[in-house]
Design a protein. Structure first.
Length: 73
């Protein structure tokens, strides 16, 4: 669900959302696995937490981007 929500923040087209969802899914999964290995954490919860951090960061980035677009117009 999280990669799809992240993709919705940045695209309106179905194909672009699909590709972005795959990218965000791979990024979140690899980050969670890396954190799990680095800090000796359980892998599943580390992946879930990395998806949460990814969603919060991208939502903040999307809202800042919208704020700048509204201010420039």
């Amino acid at each position: 669900i999280v990669p799809a929500v992240c993709a919705i923040l940045f695209s309106d087209g179905l194909r672009t959302r699909l590709v972005l969802g795959w990218i965000f899914g791979a990024l979140g999964s690899f980050a969670g696995i890396g954190f799990s290995y680095q800090w000796d954490l359980p892998t599943g919860p580390a992946i879930v937490c990395s998806f949460g951090v990814l969603l919060m960061g991208l939502a903040l980035l999307a809202s800042v981007g919208k704020w700048f677009r509204l201010g420039a117009g």
